[in-house]
Design a protein around this ligand. Structure first.
Ligand code: ASP
Length: 408
């Protein structure tokens, strides 16, 4: 099924772009099809995340194992996100896309959404939101960090019940199987979803919006590619001993999904499916790492925020010293953790980064025009980093990944 689906998705992507170019605005009639597809994915997310995390935590066998896995995961996330931001900062300082650009910042007003989000998104609120005061509210508000926190606490408690919790454990495992089955069905529809989403997008935006800030777009894309093909591929080769090409092939449905939905969370069911079925990572690792990664590990977003902040500084003629760029690095990492895995979330948490070095929030106005397209690429990198993390942790847990494994 893996290869057939990959081919179908590839064909769907090409067809989507062609139909978008040919039909222009009229391709918008396909948007509802794409919307229904995203709704299907979203429908399954909370039950899937809850049941996978509980099954994942319970299968770890002890709270100590949970601690070990948690610590390793944290390190992987931190190291790869730092690498991503560093690459972004080096590239943007080298290309200098904002120097000598004639963009009148006063023409841009930051939209009200950003003004209010500047009050609501702070470091402290990111931390506090991890603990939901009402789990039902957390679910309906799509506060994934809250859902994850509750699931891990629930799983740990079930784990410590030992024999007494057996019935509940196997019931939740059964639920998990049901949700995975539904995911399978949704995946069969993915070529249609990808086709509709890309056709509507290309029809709506075309390619002309890039021109005025082409160098900025180029700086973000170049940095993302370097991170993908050097840092993450390097980690796969050196740490996991797994061919990046095989990895990209096996993860292709998730990559295509991230690219067309702009959402790590909406892609999550597909990411989990590819990791388990195509690569052969254990349910235990996938169930624990992937929901966490889709919510907090966002290399692409952190990189994007750092590049965008320095770009805005260049546009307004501020030469940021290294200390300020260090602050950008730290805040970009935190802002990426705070960004939900949904479209344009990174643009909203940009406020944290801009404020930290006193850059004008109106700068976000410049970024808006090309955000959709950059979101496609940064979300793809986010999902690839989450998946690569699952392989790294699985390898440290002593796992082998089937026939394609070139492991230790
Ligand atoms: N769309 C991204 C994601 O879901 C988040 C962002 O806007 O950077 O991973």
């Amino acid at each position: 099924m893996g290869n057939k689906l990959t081919t179908q998705i590839l064909v769907a992507m090409v067809l989507g772009v062609v139909v978008g170019i040919l039909f222009r605005e009229s391709a918008a009639f396909l948007q509802p099809v794409g919307d229904v597809f995203i709704r299907l994915l979203k429908m399954i997310i909370v039950p899937l995340v809850f049941s996978s995390l509980v099954v994942g935590v319970v299968s770890l066998g002890s709270v100590q194992n949970l601690g070990r896995l948690g610590t390793r995961t944290f390190f992987y996330y931190l190291v790869t996100t730092i690498m991503a931001v560093l690459i972004g900062l080096i590239v943007v300082n080298f290309i200098k896309p904002g120097v000598d650009t004639v963009i009148d910042l006063s023409a841009f007003h930051s939209p009200p959404a950003f003004a209010s989000s500047s009050d609501s998104v702070t470091f402290l609120s990111v931390i506090i939101d991890i603990v939901p005061q009402n789990i039902i509210n957390a679910i309906s508000a799509e506060n994934m960090l809250g859902v994850i926190f509750f699931s891990i606490v629930f799983g740990s408690a079930l784990l410590s019940l030992s024999a007494k919790g057996e019935v509940l454990k196997s019931t939740i495992e059964d639920f998990n199987d049901v949700f995975l089955k539904i995911t399978d069905w949704i995946m069969k529809l993915s070529p249609i979803g990808v086709f509709a989403l890309l056709a509507a997008l290309v029809g709506q935006t075309g390619f002309s919006i890039f021109k005025p800030i082409a160098f900025y777009v180029a700086a973000v894309l170049l940095s993302l590619f370097i991170h993908l093909f050097f840092s993450l591929s390097g980690i796969l080769l050196v740490v996991v001993r797994y061919s990046p090409i095989t990895f990209f092939k096996k993860m292709f449905p998730a990559i295509a999904m991230a690219f067309s939905t702009d959402s790590s969370i909406a892609t999550l069911p597909v990411t989990m499916d590819c990791l388990e079925k195509n690569v052969g990572v254990s349910k235990k690792v996938v169930g624990f790492i992937t929901p966490l990664g889709a919510t907090v590990n966002m290399d692409g977003t952190a990189l994007y925020e750092a590049v965008a902040a320095v770009f805005i500084a260049q546009v307004v003629g501020i030469d940021l010293p290294i200390t300020q760029q260090l602050i950008i690095m730290i805040t970009a990492i935190l802002a990426s953790v705070g960004a939900a895995g949904i479209p344009s979330a990174g643009l909203v948490t940009m406020v944290i980064v801009l404020k930290s070095v006193n850059l004008p929030l109106e700068g976000i106005g410049i970024l808006l025009a090309v955000d959709r397209i950059l979101d496609m690429f940064r979300t793809t990198v986010n999902v690839i980093s989450d998946s690569c993390g699952a392989l790294v942790i699985a390898r440290f847990e002593g796992e082998q990944f089937g026939a394609d494994d070139t492991g230790f």
